[in-house]
Design a protein. Sequence first.
Length: 386
Amino acid sequence: MSELQFAYSGNFSSSEEDALARALIDKAPEGITKVWLTTSGSTANESALKMARQYHLSRGNSQKTKVISRWHSYHGSTIGAMSLSGSGPRRRPYEPYLLDVPHVPPPDCYRCPWGARPESCALACADAFEKEILAVGSEYISAVMVEPVAGAPLGALVSPPGYLRRIRDICDRHDVLMIADEIVSGMCRTGEWFAVQHDDVVPDMLTLAKGLGGGYVPIGAVLLHDRINAVLEGAGVAVNHGESFTGHRIMGAAGQAVIEFIDTEGLADRVASKGPALEADLTKLTAHPLVGIVRGRGFLYGVELVKDKTERRPFSRDDKVSERVAEAAARRHVLFQTGNAGADGQDGDTIMIAPPYVTSDADLKQIVSVLSDALDEVAIEIEAGA
Ligand SMILES: Cc1ncc(COP(=O)(O)O)c(C=O)c1O
């Protein structure tokens, strides 16, 4: 910072920005060759939206403007990213401002809208993208956006086996780009550098934020596949988009330090090796009367709370059950984020578990034990009619 704090990336690049881009490309799935740094996850998704448009424009497809995403998702606070988001409570106040984005149901095996069972599942949830592409007309569809492992509203919903691969194939058949929002799931959170790597699927664009800055700097990124990059560069059009602090060198230095730390401390392996025990401990909580299902992978889990376990019926949002559990846990010195409205767009309570990668074995045990005590406390209150 004392050397040079800032140089506008419209005119300059910096060694820190370049080094971070190289480090990310090194970790990313084969075929990812370009990185665009942003200042947040929301602006990463906005950038992906605009780059998808530029890609199709450069290939003479000016009508391909619509992006399909999923209900109960969250992709960011800005208008484009909010339009992609499918989270009811977050969208509702801004509906009049939002873009016309088609949404399809998420692959929620706990409440499968198609009534499928895992053993008889034909991935209608993935085919829903194709149905929507055909209903709108593939000539109008630019991209689809999915979270390989979801964030808060959907409580760490993991893509079922074959789901991402099927979406990849659908996208290829209809000349539609696949954008993976890995703002929560990326940077080793699920035990791989990127969650798509569990399924061996390579998206056209992959967005990052959160863990990329390790909490030290606000940062986001779009990782681009070479086939997108080749079209954009081949067309010789500069992507007419950016922020004042796009590619800021301090963010570049911080992102690079985060990657270096994860590598030197072996944190990717740590999350991959400790995740299954955490998952097993959390899964035991499904015996609790308030817990419907536990989902997740690596160091990212969602514990969904339900009023009726047989019917899988959520609590009314007015009961604020997840907030009460989080408060009961906070009194015991463990902080949990809550996720809401993931059941039906209105109701739904999830407790999110996303510990730092350096969390000790003892602390991982304590997280689960505090959550269990907090659940007991709230269950007793509910039983007593409070
Ligand atoms: C999956 C997902 N995408 C995008 C965003 C937006 O990122 P940011 O808050 O950095 O703008 C978030 C934030 O919570 C997120 O969880």
